[in-house]
Structures are given as C-alpha cells and as structure tokens.
Design a protein around this ligand. Structure first.
Ligand SMILES: [Zn+2]
Length: 282
C-alpha cells in the first residue's frame, strides 16, 4: 500500500468520523431542543383555548358612548304589526352592519367592568339585549350570533321559564343558551312582569323586602348581576333595593346611549323597531 492510498483512506475515515459526530449531535441534541419547544407551544395553545371566552385586553378610554340596543321578538315571517317583532333578515343586516363598521358586540360583563372598574373595551362597542327570554333566542338569534361570532344577552322572566310559558325559553333552554358562550342571561324579575295596584309595573308598588326577595331569587336561578325593569317602570326605592340585592347594572326603556356619567341603576337603551335595516347605534 503506498502512502498516497493510505492518506486517502485516512481522509475518508476522518470525514466519516466527522459525519458520524454531526449525525450524533443532531440525533442526541436536536430532539431534546425541539422536545422542549413542542410541549410549551402545545401548552400555550391549550391555555389560549381554555381562555377563549375571555375578551382580549383593550386600553381604558374614559367617556365612551356605548349603545345598548333593546330587541324583543325575532321572527321568520317578515314585518308584522308588532313594531317590537323584527324580521330575522333585518337582525342579520344589523350584525353585518356591526361587522362592516368595526363594532364589537361586547358582553354585559364587559360593560359592567368598563363602567364600574374602568377596564378597557373596544372604542366602538355595542351591547345587544333581548327582553323577555323568548324562544326565538334559541331558534333564530343564536345561529346568527354563531355565524358572525357576536354576543347578546336576554333578560329572562323567571316564572315564565319555570311555568314553561309557550313562546318563552324554559329553564333547560336558558341553561343551553348560557352554556353556548354566545348568550348571557340576566334578570327581567322572577315574578314582577305584571301590573301593580296603580297599573304601573308591580315593582313600583311592591315593598322593599319583596323586591329584594325577587332579585335574590333570580340571582340564585341565573347567577346574574344585571336587571331590566319590567315595562321600564321604576322608582328610587326599586333602584336602591336592586342595588342592595347585589346587582351591578339596571336598565330602563328610556331612549339614550350609555355613558359613564349616568345612574347605573337606570341606564337607557336604544329601542329597535321591526323595520330598521340599520341598527340604532347613534
Ligand atoms: Zn318585558
């Protein structure tokens, strides 16, 4: 064997050794490095999913105007003679309007946090409320909320749900909507959606203890901190009783856009009429 051939063999052997080293480096260390990365990424993903219902954080901006819209019934029969009963096509146009004009349908919880704790919300926020806990929440409203990834709230009348009154959500359906993550449920009273002795909403003539008892009943039933006065009727005594019962916000049917400077136990709303193709946000 001459020296030249020996040198070539030695050279090949050296290259092979280096190659083996490189191979070992990759097989021994690289997987460890990627092992360390992969589970962390997975953990982050899991965490993000678990926190999905929580809204992203926004800077706090003082003095925002937040329209709280007041819907009632939604139907698939077109315009009827009930101005509160909106065709589902018009409701969908409202959701498209919010999407196309940069509005975020925030939850009542977010509005509460903004007003009471100065937690930021999107600059163009709107809250969708539906009075009376009607069955159309489940059949017509929820599918569209899912389609556009938007949120709404319904003010449930507790005794109507328990009585399984036709046209209204029963307790199982209320729970189903709540668990969907798209619909919050709040109180329209348990048993005060009726007239009192003076023809006004019962809450205005009921004694303080009676009001507090009704409010607490709904807290137990729904776990809510939000209330809407039946027929929009209220007085100072009702306001303070609701506050004492532990509620955070209460709504009337008076016309106006919510702002931090207002009485949080008599907040106005924007009434939606059946023929509106553009939502009343200003
Ligand atoms: Zn009502």
């Amino acid at each position: 064997m001459n020296k030249r051939v020996l040198a070539v063999i030695m050279g090949v052997a050296a290259v092979a050794l280096i190659a083996l080293n490189v191979f070992l480096m990759f097989t021994l260390f690289s997987p460890k490095a990627s092992d360390a990365v992969v589970p962390a990424t997975t953990a982050n993903n899991v965490e993000t999913k678990a926190n999905e219902p929580e809204a992203p954080k926004y800077p706090y901006i003082a003095g925002l105007d937040i329209p709280v819209l007041m819907y009632h019934e939604v139907n698939d029969q077109g315009i009827t003679d009930d101005a509160n009963n909106i065709p589902v096509e018009n409701f969908e146009k409202h959701l498209q309007y919010f999407r196309d004009n940069g509005y975020t349908t925030i939850t009542m919880k977010q509005l509460d946090e903004y007003l009471n704790n100065k937690v930021g919300i999107p600059e163009k926020s709107v809250v969708l409320t539906f009075d009376d806990g009607l069955y159309s929440m489940k059949t017509l409203v929820l599918p569209l909320l899912k389609k556009y990834d938007m949120r709404a709230l319904t003010f449930v009348i507790g005794e109507y749900a328990d009585e399984r009154k036709p046209g209204h959500l029963n307790p199982e359906e209320v729970q189903e909507l709540k668990e969907s993550g798209y619909v919050e449920v709040a109180s329209h009273s348990y048993g005060l959606h009726k007239a009192g002795s003076d023809g006004q909403g019962l809450i205005t003539t009921l004694d303080r203890d009676g009001i507090i008892e009704d409010m607490k009943h709904m807290q137990d039933m729904l776990g809510t901190e939000y209330f809407c006065y039946p027929f929009g009727h209220y007085n100072d005594e009702a306001e303070s009783a609701i506050k004492e019962a532990g509620y955070h916000l209460a709504f009337t049917v008076e016309h106006g856009i919510v702002n931090e400077s207002m009485d949080y136990f008599a907040l106005p709303r924007m009434r939606v009429s059946s023929s509106m193709e553009i939502p009343p946000v200003d």
